[in-house]
Design a protein around this ligand. Structure first.
Ligand code: NAI
Ligand code: MG
Length: 505
């Protein structure tokens, strides 16, 4: 049952602004030592607008020599102390200035993000850009408050030694990010590294590098010394892999697929780099029998269809109690009208296309596999528009736990729905996955809420909401959703080494 006609004029992408055209028309370059530099080889990659499928710009596909140059810039900037030795309050001010500059360019960043990633410009304006600014502002505060601890030894007579524990920046960070929240993810990554006193090389995803490159323009203006923030573009298996293996890198922070997370963890072993990994998910949304199904349906729809389902914490497995299952499915089906895909610059749009042809094929491949395995399409299941990478919001029912659509991360607007009868059963089913990133629980029963929250193996559990993220709250995964935590105090700690100093008196 599909509603979207395939030759609809409403799939026409509105014209880009002059600002956007200027940003897209730039000569491909890398940002190293606060300068735009050319690659050592001429290779470039195409940038597409997923709303149209057309090439709109080109970026550098960095060579090993380019990666080396960027890491060396970050290494020199770290080792000579031009950033880490600054008064912490001076570092705090630069991070805050960067946040202010991004905020002042909100409309431009939101438009570029919409064009490059396909997300609705309205969403980028209220979610991505303010989120990026918030992460910078929150972490800026830690710069001047990190401190150390005075710890007295417990096995020695008092007054015989003086000991303290200080925190030092870990060094050069290589930060590799995905395409689903490009600017937000860039700022979420650079903020704690900068606050801790690290220098960094950031590599955005090859599909969505435009906003990170625009961000680079603001770096000198914010007052960062050369070499502190370096931004290079290129393919993952070449430029990304070279960054991970580079001996000049001390720490890797990666967000992306579980598959690549495992490769990175292996590649980082040769020099025992510190690694944090934020990987995939297959987050359950559990709907208990006491809820108002209509109200919950809107939340469950948002949990999967926001950002076209290209969210690591997407509520992609729905478990509704048997007594409310049909009503919840009916409510989500109705909500799909709100989430009908639109070109990213349509100001009325709530959901855009998928990011790429590759992602479209991947998502449609999962839907087909689900059907072959015996799942039924309750709503959607098809593409929309005659060009661009649109997939209609999709609900799959009659699914079994063993199906690939239930076990694997689809990363598209596809939810698989299952019934359950009691709390123990649903807790077990919710945990029947190799992932453990997020989970949503919908109930007014306080006892059920806490019992389930305790049983579900996930880094974040939401009650009567989904995907609320705050820079002060730690975020990360259990099981194969990764390790380490970002955000909050834990997020900055991941960019520091503890140094214990013991002095005999
Ligand atoms: P990916 O994991 O390949 O790409 C993410 C980033 O890693 C990009 O910057 C890429 O250039 C880089 N990369 C790729 N291979 C690398 C390597 N060997 N060494 C170092 N860096 C490398 O994700 P991809 O292929 O774009 O998407 C595939 C699937 O991954 C999606 O369908 C989705 O299931 C999952 N994914 C999950 C994300 C999350 O937020 N957890 C984000 C993006 C994708
Ligand atoms: Mg990949």
């Amino acid at each position: 049952m599909s509603t979207a006609p395939s030759h609809d004029v409403s799939f026409t992408q509105p014209e880009y602004s002059a600002h956007a055209k200027a940003a897209l028309g730039r000569k491909p370059a890398l940002f190293i030592n606060n300068e735009w530099v050319q690659s050592t080889h001429g290779a470039t990659l195409a940038v597409e607008d997923p709303s149209t499928g057309r090439e709109i710009a080109r970026i550098v596909d960095a060579s090993d020599a380019d990666v080396d140059r960027a890491v060396n810039a970050a290494r020199t900037a770290f080792d000579d102390g031009r950033w880490s030795h600054l008064p912490p309050m001076a570092r705090e001010r630069a991070i805050l200035k960067l946040a202010d500059l991004i905020e002042a360019h909100t409309a431009e960043f939101a438009e570029l993000e919409a064009i490059d990633n396909g997300k609705p410009v309205g969403m980028a304006t209220v979610v991505d850009v303010p989120g990026a600014v918030q992460h910078l502002r929150y972490m800026a505060g830690w710069t001047s408050k990190l401190g150390g601890d005075l710890v007295e030894p417990q096995g020695l007579p008092r007054g015989t030694v003086f000991s303290y524990v200080s925190r030092e920046p870990v060094g050069v960070a290589a930060q590799i990010i995905p395409w689903n929240f490009p600017l937000l993810m860039a700022c979420l990554k650079i903020a704690p590294a900068l606050a801790a006193g690290c220098t960094l090389v950031l590599k955005p995803a090859e599909q969505t590098s435009i906003t990170a490159l625009r961000l680079a323009d603001l770096v000198s203006q914010a007052g960062f010394p050369p070499g502190v923030i370096n931004i290079i573009t290129g393919n993952g298996h070449t430029a990304g892999a070279a960054l991970v293996r580079h001996p000049g890198v001390d720490k890797i922070a990666f967000t992306g697929s579980t598959e690549v997370g495992k490769i990175i963890n292996r590649d980082a072993t040769a020099t025992l780099k510190r690694v944090t990994l934020e990987l995939g998910g297959k987050s359950p949304v559990v709907v208990m029998p006491d809820v108002n199904p209509e109200e919950v349906a809107a939340g469950a729809a948002g949990a999967i269809f926001f950002n076209s389902g290209q969210v690591c914490i997407a509520g992609s497995r729905l478990f509704a109690h048997r007594s409310v299952f049909d009503k919840v499915i009916e409510g989500i089906s109705q909500a799909t009208a709100f989430w009908k895909p639109r070109p990213s610059l349509d100001p009325q749009g709530h959901m855009g296309p998928l990011v790429s042809k590759e992602q479209l094929d991947r998502v449609m491949g999962y839907i087909e596999a689900g059907k072959r395995d015996g799942a039924s399409v309750a709503v959607g299941g098809d593409t929309a528009g005659s060009s661009g990478y649109y997939v209609n919001p999709t609900i799959l029912v009659d699914v079994k736990p063993s199906m690939s659509v239930v076990q694997e991360e689809i990363f598209g607007p596809v939810v698989v729905a299952q019934r359950f009868d009691d709390l123990e059963e649903v807790a077990k089913a919710a945990n029947d996955t190799c992932f453990g990133l997020g989970a949503g629980i919908w109930t007014r029963d306080v006892s059920a809420m806490h019992r389930l929250a305790a049983k579900i193996k996930a880094g974040t559990v939401w009650g009567n909401c989904h995907a609320i993220i705050d820079p002060a709250l730690p975020f990360g995964g259990f099981k194969q959703s990764g390790f380490g935590r970002e955000q909050g105090r834990a997020g900055i700690d991941a960019y520091t080494e503890l140094k214990t100093v013991i002095i005999k008196l």
